[in-house]
Design a protein around this ligand. Structure first.
Ligand SMILES: [Zn+2]
Length: 303
């Protein structure tokens, strides 16, 4: 299904208005996270090379508003397509409730990373498709494809680590680079509707036409750190992050996995996760009211 003319119109209106304020500098939001909210992990990074909590990345409320509005339109289109094709799982489905419960648990710990997220209208949807993949689009729009659950059979801890990672991409507005590079160029040029993720007119079974959303290696590492921290504070075992991405990498070696293409599982990422595990375990232990030494071996907790 193609995006409708009405949607095209509203998309362009939104983009034009916000892009205009971006170009003029009007509406720039200088409010950034307070210094006390900067992650303590950054200062302890032995390499000092990981951009976490960089306040500059949060500047520009106009750009963030544009991201969220366009993402919302594209999300609606994705859900509409899935509905027409009878691929959208009902909100009463146990799989939807399971993911929704994870998102609900993570949400309170996500807010400190992005003030705007207090006003996000979070949504969780599951789409029946073989993709081993999940997203959280700007504005808190979560979509999980059933291929993730069926092909990987993740534990709740693993789901929390993945969703935390995806939420971190959204909280930190990593997609902003797409606005900078792609949208402003489009806005200055032809009067065509900018597309952020391009989530329209694609084949759920083959993945043909699905957008190629890729973030930088630094953004991936930042999403790992923030996502694991959010999930650990919410009471999910951070050892699941390493386990999850190692399982994704192992599967990917046998047959390409969408999630691995979009979030390459590099040795650097796995090393980061290992290195930060002590800090994360402390957060997790506190969340579940245990001392670190009293934590059960990984995988022993039932969930
Ligand atoms: Zn990622």
């Amino acid at each position: 299904m193609k995006i409708t003319g009405r949607l095209f119109g509203s998309l362009f209106t939104v983009a034009a208005c916000v892009a205009a304020s971006l170009v003029s500098g009007a509406g720039a939001d200088a409010s950034v996270l307070g210094a006390e909210e900067m992650p303590h992990l950054d200062s302890r990074d032995p390499n000092g090379d990981l951009r976490v909590g960089n306040p500059m990345a949060m500047r520009g409320g106009a750009a963030d508003a544009m991201l969220e509005q366009i993402a919302a339109i594209e999300y609606r289109q994705l859900i509409a397509d899935a509905t027409v094709q009878r691929r959208l799982l009902p909100q009463t489905d146990s799989r939807v409730r399971r993911v929704q419960a994870v998102v609900d648990s993570l949400m309170p710990y996500a807010l400190k990373w992005n003030d705007r997220s207090r006003n996000w209208n979070w949504e969780v949807n599951l789409v029946r498709a073989p993709r081993l993949d999940a997203y959280c689009m700007p504005g808190g729009k979560v979509v999980v494809f059933t291929g993730l659950l069926e092909r990987l059979r993740p534990s709740d801890d693993e789901i929390a680590m993945l969703i935390g990672h995806e939420i971190a991409h959204a909280l930190r507005q990593h997609a902003r680079v797409m606005i900078d590079d792609r949208m402003l160029r489009q806005y200055r040029g032809t009067p065509s509707a900018p597309q952020l993720f391009g989530i329209t007119d694609f084949d759920f079974d083959t993945g043909v036409g699905f957008p190629d959303v890729r973030y930088s290696a630094d953004d991936e590492r930042e999403a790992d750190v923030i996502g694991t921290e959010i999930a650990a504070r919410a009471g999910y075992d951070p050892r699941a992050a390493l386990a999850f991405w190692q399982r994704v990498a192992a599967l990917d070696r046998r047959m390409p996995v969408e999630l691995a293409a979009e979030h390459p599982v590099t040795a650097g990422r796995l090393d980061d996760l290992r290195r930060r595990q002590v800090d994360m375990l402390a957060l997790y232990a506190k969340a579940v009211h245990l001392s670190v030494n009293a934590l059960p071996a990984y995988g022993k907790r039932s969930n």
